[in-house]
Design a protein around this ligand. Structure first.
Ligand SMILES: [Fe+2]
Ligand SMILES: [Fe+2]
Length: 433
């Protein structure tokens, strides 16, 4: 060959090599970008596989993901492998050990027949004309693998090709590793959510058991705690609170009188108006309730405070601390209204429950003195929405009874109370001693 011809051949070979290099670098960069873009995992792997095949002119191939617990390689993306290529391939301990020891480097299937994996899947690999298997080992972890068929040119894989495959394989391995990490995070989040739900269920059951225990001790006000819970919930719902807070209000109501378990049964059950001494004893129940509830970790922080302050009044004439309006925790105001509403609307040993008219007049009269006006408004709104059928909820009907809810002229009465309350009542009480 003449010198000039030799030069020209060398030059064109060099140019071809250079073009190939530029092309593979481009493909490598694209895979890197594909992995770092948080695309759909399946799509990322599919695109990466196509880039590997395309950049080296490989006819067919597939990427599998290794699931450690099942010891299985599962197909994520394949091209041209045919329908009978196994979707899942199980690995034995020895396979895994060998692949880990091999690291991320292409194994020639022909020369690896000594390994159990290639013996077991020999026929499938042969049928699909697989030449290379690349174990995707990243940071000493087997994450999957790439199967590669023959090159379109019919040429053997060069060591240069194999290096490119390694570099691209590392990117695909990282994509699988990221996906595994995300899956693990999701699994843990799910587990936490389940644990939290279980814990909440336990809390709910405990609260209900306590409420039942309090109500059993107080035989004349049977069901009082449960009703106060329901009314607190109804008020919170009318106020537009979130579901969690509404539930919190219900629990605060259920537990508000828990301190009564420390008060003598004969005082609680006295079939007459109790005397001053007995009254002092009974009035210790908010403090006792707080002591009982405070050490417990509640999902709703206001529960112990509601127990402690549910007998406070806006005008400072309540107990135990005689707090004024803004000093009273809001949840305690909600429970206070629910508590008073139930006291007025249920029979006591020494008196019958009050008529609907008396109750709504009382609420109106004491709005701004004992009760926060916007809470009274919320309660009345809840009653109206139930009366008018606007709300499907039957809380008031269930608690108060049909006879009460259907009493003569109830609707206009509540409407009037509501109209008179809303625009005129000051929102903040000013104490005049
Ligand atoms: Fe109480
Ligand atoms: Fe109460």
């Amino acid at each position: 060959m003449k010198l000039q011809e030799m030069r020209s051949t060398n030059f064109s070979r060099f140019a071809a090599e250079r073009n190939k290099l530029v092309h593979t670098f481009g493909a490598l960069a694209e895979i890197g970008q594909e992995v770092s873009n948080k695309h759909n995992f399946q799509e990322t792997v599919r695109t990466s596989l196509h880039l590997v095949l395309g950049s080296l002119g490989i006819m067919r191939g597939g990427v599998v993901r290794y699931t450690r617990f099942e010891h299985e390689l599962n197909m994520v993306s394949a091209r041209g492998l045919g329908d009978d290529f196994p979707f899942g391939m199980s690995l034995c301990y020895e396979d895994e050990r060998q692949f880990l020891a091999n690291g991320l480097y292409p194994i020639e299937c022909d020369q690896a027949r000594v390994l159990p994996f290639f013996q077991v899947y020999d026929r499938s690999l042969e049928r699909a004309k697989i030449e290379l298997f690349v174990p995707l080992v990243v940071r000493d972890e087997l994450l999957g693998g790439i199967f590669l068929g023959e090159k379109a040119s019919g040429e053997q894989y060069t060591s240069h090709d194999k290096e490119i495959i390694c570099a691209m394989g590392r990117h695909i391995g990282v994509a699988i590793s990221q996906r595994n990490l995300m899956a693990e995070l999701e699994r843990r989040a799910d587990e936490n959510r389940r644990l939290y739900d279980d814990l909440k269920m336990t809390y709910k059951d405990t609260v209900k058991a306590f409420a039942a225990a309090i109500d059993r001790k107080d035989k004349y006000t049977e069901g009082h705690s449960v009703r106060v819970g329901k009314y607190s919930e109804a008020i919170a719902r009318e106020l537009g609170w979130g579901e969690e807070e509404i539930e919190g209000a219900a629990f605060a109501g259920y537990l508000h009188d828990i301190g009564k378990i420390t008060v003598e049964r004969k005082i609680i059950n006295a079939p007459y108006r109790i005397n001053a001494k007995e009254s002092t004893e009974l009035n210790k129940h908010p403090g006792a309730g707080y002591e009982i509830l405070q050490p417990i970790r509640h999902p709703y922080a206001g529960v112990p405070l509601a127990a402690k302050y549910h007998h406070e009044r806006l005008d400072g004439r309540g107990y135990p601390d005689g707090l004024y309006d803004r000093e009273i925790p809001y949840i305690a105001k909600v429970v206070n209204l629910a508590d008073a509403f139930d006291a007025m609307t249920s029979d006591r040993p020494y008196r019958r429950r009050r008529s609907a008219q008396e109750v709504f007049e009382d609420l109106q009269r004491n709005s701004g003195k004992q009760f926060a006006p916007e809470l009274v408004t919320a309660l009345l709104r809840g009653v109206i929405r139930e009366l008018s059928g606007e709300s499907k909820d039957k809380t008031f009907r269930k608690m108060l009874g049909r006879e009460y809810m259907e009493s003569e002229g109830l609707m206009p009465m509540v409407r009037t109370a509501l109209n008179e309350l809303a625009p005129t009542t000051p929102l903040t009480f000013v104490a005049h001693k």
